[in-house]
Write a protein that binds this ligand. Structure first.
Ligand SMILES: NC(=O)c1ccc[n+]([C@@H]2O[C@H](COP(=O)([O-])OP(=O)(O)OC[C@H]3O[C@@H](n4cnc5c(N)ncnc54)[C@H](OP(=O)(O)O)[C@@H]3O)[C@@H](O)[C@H]2O)c1
Length: 281
């Protein structure tokens, strides 16, 4: 049994779908099993990181591996890891972040959050695999409301360069790490296949929709929280500082997705095609 935390999220949902497709037993943790719309074959179990944890043992009954999502376990990382170990889990694949790298600003809250949970995993006695992706293609959902409302998208840093990674590729690496031998003790740095600027991402989404979208750059001081709805308010300054540093700078690009899965990482154009409906009114 593989227990997935964050199972209704971008990566967790794709992972649950990929694992159930090969009939791997999956227990999907969610705050609301009734609304989770999980893939057929996945067992839903309730876990709310904001609530006082009740008895966690049933979540790990018969489990052998854990997919760990930081926000989905919140303050309960140690309790979840201990219950997992007690229940028979021996391997944990953690969705960490590419921010964990040599020379990183170790005071950045995003660094702190992921480094802290990585350390808890290392201390848990479970064999770890760390997935360290850089920017997700799903970050572009931040523009969905503006795109539904019209053809102009306002935001900062038109020239910010990332190599956005498709959530299905992160999930595919996670699935291999969970199902195959040989990933224990490894950290996989994950990116999409090519650098794409913010403005190019908007144009690619426009192409997928058959519309001509324009990106209008606003100065960072005019950025409002609604432009970054997926970012917790306290982390917005750190995110903006990180973006500012990527303008015109070639991003890290790794071939890890292809090495691990045997299939090249999906392009941003493919991602926009897969998600065109998410940007339609
Ligand atoms: N975005 C990036 O560019 C990036 C880059 C590197 C690493 N990451 C890592 O990847 C994570 C995002 O993964 P994702 O996109 O798959 O996640 P997501 O779509 O945000 O989903 C996370 C799931 O966790 C559950 N959850 C429980 N408590 C939550 C809380 N307080 N906040 C958010 N979700 C909560 C929710 O499920 P229920 O409602 O069903 O409980 C939600 O569906 C980041 O948090 C970070 O750790 C992201």
């Amino acid at each position: 049994m593989i227990v997935i935390t964050g199972a209704t999220g971008n990566v967790g949902r794709a992972l649950a779908a990929q694992l159930t497709a090969v009939e791997a037993p999956v227990r999907a943790l969610t705050r609301d099993p009734l609304r989770a719309r999980l893939p057929t074959g996945a067992e839903a179990a309730r876990f709310d990181p904001a609530a006082e944890p009740a008895d966690l043992a049933p979540l790990f009954d018969g489990a052998s591996a854990l997919f760990l999502h930081a926000a989905a376990v919140g303050e309960h990382g140690d309790a979840v890891l201990a219950a997992a170990r007690e229940g028979g889990v021996r391997h944990v694949v953690m969705l960490s972040s590419g921010i964990i790298a040599k020379g990183a600003d170790e005071t950045n809250p995003i660094y702190v959050m992921h480094a802290d949970l990585e350390e808890r995993v290392r201390r848990s006695g479970l064999a770890p695999t760390f997935l360290r992706p850089n920017a997700f293609a799903t970050n572009s959902f931040q523009w969905a409301e503006q795109i539904r409302a019209g053809d102009t998208v306002r935001g900062p840093f038109a020239g910010a360069l990332t190599a956005p990674i498709h959530e299905a590729d992160i999930a595919a690496v996670a699935a291999r790490a969970l199902l195959d031998d040989g990933h224990r003790g490894l950290a996989h740095r994950l990116t999409g296949p090519a650098a794409v600027s913010t403005e190019e991402q908007i144009h690619a989404i426009g192409q997928a929709l058959g519309r001509d979208l324009q990106f209008v750059e606003v100065p960072p001081e005019d950025v409002t929280a609604d432009m970054f709805p997926h970012v917790p308010a306290g982390m917005l300054p750190a995110i903006l500082a990180a973006f500012a540093a990527t303008v015109g700078v070639a991003p890290e690009i790794t071939s890890t997705v292809e090495t691990v899965t045997g299939t090249p990482a999906r392009t941003f154009t493919e991602w926009a095609g897969d998600h065109a409906d998410d940007f339609r009114a």
